[in-house]
Write a protein that binds this ligand. Structure first.
Ligand code: ADP
Ligand code: MG
Length: 159
């Protein structure tokens, strides 16, 4: 049983395409942070919790939106830009952020698998599936057994 998987890194700029158009921006983790995910070789869509925070002079700075533990869906896939030699992990956080958070620190606890990567013949098909993924994630995370992960010491920024 590979879960929970802990990931953390600084949010990277991607190609900036697709995400916001589809109503589903995805915060990209740096390549080197994905190693813990390689034990799970399957590409596809996962769910769990994510947390964004900012550091200034080596200290965590908490603002209104930083530091919260929020539900997320994550896509793990092979990046065509690197001739499919590298896995990429992109996280959509189910929260309406007021601003972008490129360069902020992001931690994620991956708790389960939703589905494999699928091919789409239409944009609508993809958007529909993303909506289903979000519902599956929220329904799964509503289980009592997952509550404790929100308070996981991995996400404790005060230590
Ligand atoms: P990119 O290709 O640069 O990743 P996206 O369209 O996928 O472009 O947008 C991702 C960026 O949007 C994130 O890095 C983050 O700064 C911002 N963002 C705003 N709201 C969210 C959200 N709810 N989930 C993930 N990223 C978000
Ligand atoms: Mg993205």
């Amino acid at each position: 049983k590979p879960f929970p998987i802990h990931l953390s890194g600084v949010v990277q700029r991607g190609f900036g395409r697709g995400g916001k158009d589809l109503g589903c921006p995805t915060a990209n983790l740096p390549d080197e942070s994905i190693a813990p995910m390689s034990s799970v070789t399957d590409t596809g869509v996962y769910y769990g919790y994510a947390q964004v925070s900012r550091e200034k002079d080596g200290r965590v700075v908490l603002s209104e939106e930083d530091g919260k533990v929020l539900p997320m869906v994550m896509s793990l896939g092979w990046n065509p830009f690197y001739k499919n030699e590298r896995m990429t992990a992109e996280i959509h956080i189910m929260h309406d952020f007021k601003t972008d958070f490129y360069g902020h620190h992001m931690k994620a606890i991956v708790l389960g698998y939703i589905r494999p990567e699928l091919d789409y013949t239409s944009r609508e098909g993809l958007i529909d599936d993303i909506e289903t993924d979000k519902r599956v994630a929220l329904n799964s995370l509503a289980r009592r057994a997952y509550e404790d992960y929100q308070k996981d010491s991995f996400l404790d920024l005060t230590t």
